[in-house]
Ligand binder design. Structure first.
Ligand code: NDP
Length: 246
Protein backbone atom coordinates (compact mmCIF):
# COMPACT_ATOMS: atom_id res chain seq x y z
CA UNK A 1 0.00 0.00 0.00
CA UNK A 2 1.29 3.44 -0.91
CA UNK A 3 1.15 6.21 1.68
CA UNK A 4 -1.86 7.95 0.12
CA UNK A 5 -3.83 4.96 -1.17
CA UNK A 6 -7.59 5.73 -1.17
CA UNK A 7 -6.93 9.41 -0.42
CA UNK A 8 -8.15 12.23 -2.64
CA UNK A 9 -6.19 15.44 -3.16
CA UNK A 10 -7.07 18.74 -4.81
CA UNK A 11 -4.13 20.85 -6.00
CA UNK A 12 -4.98 24.38 -7.13
CA UNK A 13 -2.86 25.66 -10.01
CA UNK A 14 -1.71 22.15 -10.82
CA UNK A 15 -1.08 22.48 -14.54
CA UNK A 16 2.49 23.80 -14.46
CA UNK A 17 5.45 24.43 -12.20
CA UNK A 18 5.34 23.47 -8.54
CA UNK A 19 1.64 22.49 -8.62
CA UNK A 20 2.14 20.02 -11.48
CA UNK A 21 5.03 18.39 -9.61
CA UNK A 22 2.90 18.15 -6.45
CA UNK A 23 -0.01 16.60 -8.36
CA UNK A 24 2.24 13.97 -9.94
CA UNK A 25 3.99 13.18 -6.67
CA UNK A 26 0.74 12.78 -4.68
CA UNK A 27 -0.59 10.51 -7.45
CA UNK A 28 2.64 8.48 -7.34
CA UNK A 29 2.05 8.09 -3.60
CA UNK A 30 -1.39 6.61 -4.35
CA UNK A 31 -3.83 9.55 -4.19
CA UNK A 32 -6.50 10.35 -6.75
CA UNK A 33 -5.81 13.93 -7.76
CA UNK A 34 -7.90 16.84 -9.02
CA UNK A 35 -6.03 19.87 -10.34
CA UNK A 36 -7.31 23.32 -11.17
CA UNK A 37 -5.89 25.72 -13.72
CA UNK A 38 -6.79 29.18 -15.00
CA UNK A 39 -5.89 29.34 -18.69
CA UNK A 40 -3.77 26.54 -20.05
CA UNK A 41 -6.11 23.58 -20.63
CA UNK A 42 -3.55 21.65 -22.67
CA UNK A 43 -0.92 21.86 -19.91
CA UNK A 44 -3.53 20.67 -17.39
CA UNK A 45 -4.53 17.80 -19.64
CA UNK A 46 -0.86 16.80 -20.05
CA UNK A 47 -0.55 16.49 -16.25
CA UNK A 48 -3.70 14.32 -16.12
CA UNK A 49 -2.40 12.10 -18.93
CA UNK A 50 1.02 11.72 -17.28
CA UNK A 51 -0.67 10.58 -14.04
CA UNK A 52 -2.97 8.18 -15.90
CA UNK A 53 -0.04 6.76 -17.88
CA UNK A 54 1.57 5.84 -14.58
CA UNK A 55 -1.61 4.08 -13.44
CA UNK A 56 -3.08 6.90 -11.34
CA UNK A 57 -6.39 8.75 -11.39
CA UNK A 58 -6.68 12.48 -12.11
CA UNK A 59 -9.00 15.16 -13.43
CA UNK A 60 -8.40 18.78 -14.44
CA UNK A 61 -10.92 21.53 -13.69
CA UNK A 62 -10.82 25.06 -15.06
CA UNK A 63 -11.22 27.41 -12.08
CA UNK A 64 -9.63 30.82 -11.89
CA UNK A 65 -8.64 31.49 -8.28
CA UNK A 66 -10.11 34.99 -8.55
CA UNK A 67 -13.57 33.52 -9.26
CA UNK A 68 -15.06 32.33 -5.97
CA UNK A 69 -17.96 30.47 -7.62
CA UNK A 70 -15.60 28.60 -9.95
CA UNK A 71 -13.30 27.61 -7.08
CA UNK A 72 -16.23 26.34 -4.99
CA UNK A 73 -17.53 24.40 -7.99
CA UNK A 74 -14.08 22.86 -8.50
CA UNK A 75 -14.00 21.62 -4.91
CA UNK A 76 -17.50 20.13 -5.35
CA UNK A 77 -16.49 18.47 -8.62
CA UNK A 78 -13.38 16.91 -7.05
CA UNK A 79 -15.51 15.58 -4.17
CA UNK A 80 -18.28 14.32 -6.47
CA UNK A 81 -15.82 12.61 -8.85
CA UNK A 82 -13.76 10.76 -6.27
CA UNK A 83 -16.26 10.53 -3.38
CA UNK A 84 -14.11 12.15 -0.67
CA UNK A 85 -11.56 14.89 -0.08
CA UNK A 86 -8.55 14.39 2.16
CA UNK A 87 -5.89 16.85 1.04
CA UNK A 88 -6.16 20.43 -0.23
CA UNK A 89 -2.99 22.01 -1.61
CA UNK A 90 -3.44 25.76 -2.02
CA UNK A 91 -0.74 26.21 -4.65
CA UNK A 92 -2.26 28.65 -7.19
CA UNK A 93 -0.40 31.89 -6.77
CA UNK A 94 1.25 34.68 -8.63
CA UNK A 95 3.79 37.49 -8.29
CA UNK A 96 4.18 40.68 -10.28
CA UNK A 97 7.78 41.63 -9.49
CA UNK A 98 8.65 45.30 -9.88
CA UNK A 99 9.93 48.20 -7.79
CA UNK A 100 7.31 49.10 -5.18
CA UNK A 101 6.80 52.64 -6.40
CA UNK A 102 5.91 51.37 -9.88
CA UNK A 103 3.39 48.79 -8.63
CA UNK A 104 -0.24 49.65 -9.34
CA UNK A 105 -3.26 49.17 -7.10
CA UNK A 106 -4.75 46.85 -9.74
CA UNK A 107 -1.66 44.64 -9.50
CA UNK A 108 -1.88 44.62 -5.71
CA UNK A 109 -5.56 43.66 -5.90
CA UNK A 110 -4.79 40.81 -8.32
CA UNK A 111 -2.02 39.37 -6.15
CA UNK A 112 -4.29 39.52 -3.09
CA UNK A 113 -7.20 37.98 -5.03
CA UNK A 114 -5.20 34.93 -6.11
CA UNK A 115 -2.79 34.44 -3.21
CA UNK A 116 -5.07 35.23 -0.26
CA UNK A 117 -8.74 35.46 -1.27
CA UNK A 118 -8.43 32.32 -3.43
CA UNK A 119 -6.98 30.44 -0.46
CA UNK A 120 -9.88 31.57 1.75
CA UNK A 121 -12.48 30.34 -0.75
CA UNK A 122 -10.87 26.99 -1.58
CA UNK A 123 -10.14 26.18 2.05
CA UNK A 124 -13.64 27.01 3.27
CA UNK A 125 -15.19 24.90 0.51
CA UNK A 126 -12.83 21.97 1.10
CA UNK A 127 -13.38 21.92 4.88
CA UNK A 128 -17.05 21.09 4.29
CA UNK A 129 -15.91 17.67 3.07
CA UNK A 130 -12.78 16.94 5.09
CA UNK A 131 -12.82 14.44 7.90
CA UNK A 132 -10.36 13.67 10.70
CA UNK A 133 -6.93 13.04 9.16
CA UNK A 134 -7.51 15.79 6.58
CA UNK A 135 -4.66 18.01 5.43
CA UNK A 136 -4.74 21.64 4.36
CA UNK A 137 -1.39 22.58 2.83
CA UNK A 138 -0.52 26.10 1.76
CA UNK A 139 2.23 26.96 -0.67
CA UNK A 140 3.39 30.16 0.94
CA UNK A 141 6.88 31.47 0.32
CA UNK A 142 10.18 31.96 2.10
CA UNK A 143 9.56 35.68 1.47
CA UNK A 144 6.52 35.43 3.74
CA UNK A 145 9.07 35.48 6.57
CA UNK A 146 12.21 37.22 5.29
CA UNK A 147 12.84 39.12 2.07
CA UNK A 148 16.31 38.91 0.53
CA UNK A 149 15.59 40.54 -2.84
CA UNK A 150 13.85 43.72 -4.02
CA UNK A 151 10.70 43.92 -6.15
CA UNK A 152 8.43 41.69 -4.11
CA UNK A 153 6.51 43.99 -1.76
CA UNK A 154 2.88 43.05 -2.66
CA UNK A 155 3.82 39.38 -3.11
CA UNK A 156 5.68 39.15 0.21
CA UNK A 157 2.73 40.86 1.90
CA UNK A 158 0.35 38.17 0.62
CA UNK A 159 2.66 35.31 1.59
CA UNK A 160 3.00 36.78 5.09
CA UNK A 161 -0.80 36.72 5.20
CA UNK A 162 -0.80 33.05 4.14
CA UNK A 163 1.57 32.28 7.02
CA UNK A 164 -0.75 33.77 9.64
CA UNK A 165 -3.85 32.33 7.93
CA UNK A 166 -2.21 28.92 8.39
CA UNK A 167 -1.38 29.43 12.05
CA UNK A 168 -4.83 30.83 12.90
CA UNK A 169 -6.70 28.09 11.02
CA UNK A 170 -4.58 25.35 12.60
CA UNK A 171 -5.78 26.54 16.01
CA UNK A 172 -9.40 26.55 14.89
CA UNK A 173 -9.68 23.15 13.21
CA UNK A 174 -7.17 21.10 15.20
CA UNK A 175 -10.03 19.70 17.26
CA UNK A 176 -11.42 18.12 14.07
CA UNK A 177 -8.18 16.18 13.55
CA UNK A 178 -7.30 18.24 10.47
CA UNK A 179 -3.82 19.75 10.15
CA UNK A 180 -2.93 23.01 8.43
CA UNK A 181 0.64 23.69 7.33
CA UNK A 182 2.47 26.18 5.16
CA UNK A 183 5.24 24.94 2.86
CA UNK A 184 7.45 27.94 2.09
CA UNK A 185 9.57 27.48 -1.05
CA UNK A 186 12.64 29.55 -1.75
CA UNK A 187 13.59 30.27 -5.37
CA UNK A 188 12.30 27.39 -7.51
CA UNK A 189 12.88 27.26 -11.25
CA UNK A 190 9.44 27.69 -12.90
CA UNK A 191 7.83 29.99 -15.46
CA UNK A 192 6.95 32.31 -12.55
CA UNK A 193 10.56 32.52 -11.32
CA UNK A 194 12.97 31.32 -14.02
CA UNK A 195 16.45 30.48 -12.75
CA UNK A 196 17.86 32.34 -15.75
CA UNK A 197 15.91 35.60 -15.32
CA UNK A 198 17.03 39.07 -14.25
CA UNK A 199 15.31 38.61 -10.88
CA UNK A 200 17.17 35.32 -10.36
CA UNK A 201 20.60 36.79 -9.67
CA UNK A 202 19.97 38.19 -6.14
CA UNK A 203 17.74 35.24 -5.22
CA UNK A 204 20.34 32.62 -6.12
CA UNK A 205 23.05 34.62 -4.37
CA UNK A 206 20.94 34.72 -1.19
CA UNK A 207 20.74 30.92 -0.88
CA UNK A 208 23.25 28.98 1.21
CA UNK A 209 23.39 26.25 -1.45
CA UNK A 210 24.04 28.81 -4.21
CA UNK A 211 21.38 27.40 -6.52
CA UNK A 212 17.71 27.47 -7.41
CA UNK A 213 15.62 24.54 -6.21
CA UNK A 214 13.60 22.30 -8.47
CA UNK A 215 9.87 21.59 -8.30
CA UNK A 216 10.35 18.02 -7.06
CA UNK A 217 12.13 19.31 -3.96
CA UNK A 218 8.92 21.14 -2.99
CA UNK A 219 6.68 18.22 -3.98
CA UNK A 220 8.67 15.95 -1.64
CA UNK A 221 7.87 18.17 1.37
CA UNK A 222 4.21 18.42 0.37
CA UNK A 223 4.01 14.63 0.05
CA UNK A 224 5.42 14.27 3.56
CA UNK A 225 2.93 16.77 4.98
CA UNK A 226 0.06 15.07 3.11
CA UNK A 227 1.06 11.65 4.41
CA UNK A 228 0.50 9.80 7.69
CA UNK A 229 3.94 10.51 9.17
CA UNK A 230 3.22 14.23 9.61
CA UNK A 231 0.27 13.60 11.95
CA UNK A 232 1.62 15.76 14.81
CA UNK A 233 2.68 18.72 12.66
CA UNK A 234 0.20 21.59 12.43
CA UNK A 235 0.37 25.36 12.25
CA UNK A 236 3.95 24.99 11.01
CA UNK A 237 5.83 26.99 8.42
CA UNK A 238 8.06 24.49 6.65
CA UNK A 239 10.72 26.34 4.69
CA UNK A 240 12.38 24.63 1.72
CA UNK A 241 14.66 27.35 0.42
CA UNK A 242 18.25 26.16 0.04
CA UNK A 243 19.10 28.14 3.16
CA UNK A 244 17.89 31.49 1.83
CA UNK A 245 16.37 32.42 5.19
CA UNK A 246 19.16 30.88 7.27
P1 NDP B 1 3.79 29.01 -12.20
O1 NDP B 1 3.43 30.37 -12.70
O2 NDP B 1 4.93 28.31 -12.83
O3 NDP B 1 2.51 28.07 -12.21
C1 NDP B 1 1.33 28.59 -11.68
C2 NDP B 1 0.23 27.57 -11.73
O4 NDP B 1 -0.91 28.16 -11.13
C3 NDP B 1 -0.18 27.16 -13.11
O5 NDP B 1 -0.68 25.86 -13.07
C4 NDP B 1 -1.28 28.17 -13.46
O6 NDP B 1 -2.23 27.67 -14.40
C5 NDP B 1 -1.94 28.31 -12.10
N1 NDP B 1 -2.56 29.61 -11.93
C6 NDP B 1 -2.02 30.84 -12.14
N2 NDP B 1 -2.93 31.78 -11.92
C7 NDP B 1 -4.04 31.14 -11.54
C8 NDP B 1 -5.34 31.56 -11.16
N3 NDP B 1 -5.68 32.85 -11.17
N4 NDP B 1 -6.25 30.62 -10.84
C9 NDP B 1 -5.94 29.31 -10.87
N5 NDP B 1 -4.74 28.84 -11.21
C10 NDP B 1 -3.81 29.75 -11.54
O7 NDP B 1 4.09 29.23 -10.62
P2 NDP B 1 4.98 28.39 -9.60
O8 NDP B 1 4.82 26.96 -9.85
O9 NDP B 1 6.34 28.99 -9.57
O10 NDP B 1 4.30 28.81 -8.21
C11 NDP B 1 3.35 27.99 -7.57
C12 NDP B 1 3.16 28.49 -6.14
O11 NDP B 1 4.43 28.47 -5.47
C13 NDP B 1 2.65 29.93 -6.06
O12 NDP B 1 1.78 30.04 -4.95
C14 NDP B 1 3.92 30.72 -5.78
O13 NDP B 1 3.66 31.92 -5.12
C15 NDP B 1 4.67 29.74 -4.90
N6 NDP B 1 6.10 29.99 -4.82
C16 NDP B 1 6.89 29.89 -5.94
C17 NDP B 1 8.24 30.14 -5.85
C18 NDP B 1 9.15 30.05 -7.02
O14 NDP B 1 10.30 30.46 -6.87
N7 NDP B 1 8.72 29.54 -8.17
C19 NDP B 1 8.86 30.53 -4.56
C20 NDP B 1 7.94 30.59 -3.47
C21 NDP B 1 6.61 30.33 -3.60
P3 NDP B 1 -2.51 28.44 -15.81
O15 NDP B 1 -1.28 28.32 -16.62
O16 NDP B 1 -3.68 27.75 -16.41
O17 NDP B 1 -2.81 29.87 -15.44
Amino acid sequence: MSKLTEKVALVTGGSRGIGAAIAKRLAADGASVAITYAKDASAASAVVKAIERDGGKAIAIQADATNAGAVEAAVEKAFATFGRLDVLVNNAGTAIPKPFEEATLEEMDRVIAINVRGVFVATQAALKHMKSGGRVIMIGSAVGERVAAPGLVPYAGTKGAVKMFTQALAREIGSRGITVNNVQPGPIDTELNPAAGEWAVPQKAATALDRYGNVDEIAAMVAFVAGPESSYITGANLTVDGGMNA
